[in-house]
Design a protein around this ligand. Structure first.
Ligand code: ZN
Length: 313
C-alpha cells in the first residue's frame, strides 16, 4: 500500500473510531423495536449487510459479514444494546461474504442455523470465488469456515421468549437461501434475495423462481422494512425496483436471443439497454456483463448450478 493511501486509511479509521459510535466497517441502523440492520460501509471489511433481533431472552443474528474481525465488532455493538446471549445466527446463504464471520459467534456459544443445502456448499462452492486454482491460504480459509450446527428444509420458527422470528427457505439466489421475518416489527431480512439499488451476483441464480420469491415477499409484506444483502435498508418500492431489474434483464436477453444474437454481440446489445436505467446502481461495472452472460446461459439451459448436496452432509 502506498504511504499516502495508508495515511488516508489511518485518518479514516481514526475519525470513524472517535467521531462515530459504529465500526468503520458498518453502520448500525435501528429499524424496529429491538431490530437492527448492520449496513456495510463501502470499502470496509464487512463486505455485506447483517443485522440482529433482540427478544426477551436472547438475540438472533442474521449473517456474519465476510471475516471474523468485523463480526466481532458486530458482537461488540450488540453488547452495547443488550446483555442477552446470542442464541442463534442465521446464515442467509453460503457465500463467503455472509458466512466468513461465523467463528466470532460460534466462540460465544451461538447455534448457527441455515438451510440444509448451505451446509453442503459452504466449504466447497466458496472456492470458486478464488479462480480456477485457489492459492493455498484461500483454500485453507474456505475449508475452515464454521458450518451450521442446525439445518432445516422448508421453515423454522425461533422464539426469543415471546418474540417470534420466522426463517423461511426461498428460491432464486443460490438454491439454499433463507429469509428471516420478524412479524411484530414488520421487518424482513432478505439476505441476497434482496439487493437495494445494486446489481446482484447471479453466479448461482435461477431468475424465474427468484422473481416469484420477490412477488411473494411483496404480496405478504407490502409495508415491511427490508434489510438487503447489499445496499441500504430497503422499502417495498426498492424491492419492486430490484424485481423489475431481474425481469428486464431476462426480457432483454430473450429478445436479443430471439433475433439470433449470442456471445459478445448479445452482451453489448443488452448492456446498451440496461445502462440508461441501471448504470447508476452499485456494482454496475462489476456485474453487468456477468449478469447478462450468466442469465443468457440460464435461458438456454447451459448454466451450471451448485449440485444438490448428498444426504447427511
Ligand atoms: Zn452477498
Amino acid at each position: 500500500m502506498k504511504t499516502r493511501s495508508l495515511a488516508a486509511l489511518l485518518l479514516f479509521v481514526f475519525f470513524s473510531t472517535f467521531l462515530h459510535a459504529d465500526s468503520p466497517d458498518f453502520t448500525i441502523k435501528k429499524i424496529g423495536d429491538g431490530v437492527y440492520a448492520a449496513v456495510a460501509n463501502e470499502g470496509g471489511k464487512a463486505g455485506s449487510n447483517a443485522g440482529f433481533i433482540v427478544g426477551s431472552n436472547g438475540v438472533v443474528v442474521v449473517d456474519t459479514f465476510e471475516d471474523a474481525a468485523p463480526a466481532r465488532a458486530l458482537l461488540a455493538e450488540i453488547r452495547k444494546i443488550t446483555t442477552q446471549p446470542v442464541r442463534y445466527v442465521v446464515n442467509t446463504h453460503y457465500h463467503l461474504d455472509h458466512t466468513g464471520g461465523n467463528a466470532a459467534f460460534a466462540e460465544v456459544g451461538a447455534t448457527i442455523l441455515a438451510h440444509r443445502n448451505l451446509r453442503g456448499w459452504e466449504r466447497t462452492e466458496n472456492l470458486k470465488f478464488f479462480g480456477k486454482d485457489p492459492k493455498p491460504e484461500y483454500r485453507t480459509m474456505v475449508e475452515s469456515l464454521v458450518l451450521p450446527d442446525m439445518v432445516y428444509s422448508e421453515a423454522v420458527d425461533l422464539f426469543l421468549g415471546s418474540r417470534l422470528v420466522q426463517v423461511r427457505y426461498m428460491l432464486g439466489h443460490t438454491g439454499g437461501d433463507s429469509v428471516v421475518i420478524v412479524p411484530d416489527a414488520d421487518v424482513v431480512f432478505g439476505g441476497d434475495l434482496v439487493w437495494q439499488k445494486h446489481l446482484p451476483n447471479l453466479i448461482d441464480a435461477s431468475t424465474a423462481p427468484w422473481i416469484r420469491t420477490l412477488d411473494k415477499l411483496l404480496r405478504d409484506h407490502p409495508k415491511a422494512t427490508f434489510v438487503s444483502g447489499h445496499g441500504d435498508v430497503a422499502s417495498a418500492s426498492d424491492v419492486k425496483d430490484f424485481r423489475d431489474y431481474i425481469q428486464t434483464l431476462r426480457e432483454d436477453i430473450a429478445k436479443a436471443q430471439g433475433t439470433g444474437k449470442s456471445g459478445q454481440e448479445l452482451t453489448d446489445t443488452v448492456e446498451a439497454e440496461l445502462k440508461p436505467k441501471y448504470g447508476e446502481w452499485g456494482f454496475y461495472k462489476n456485474f453487468v456483463k456477468r449478469n447478462i452472460e450468466q442469465t443468457a446461459a440460464e435461458l438456454t439451459g447451459q448454466k451450471r448450478l451448485p449440485p444438490m448436496p448428498a444426504e447427511g452432509q
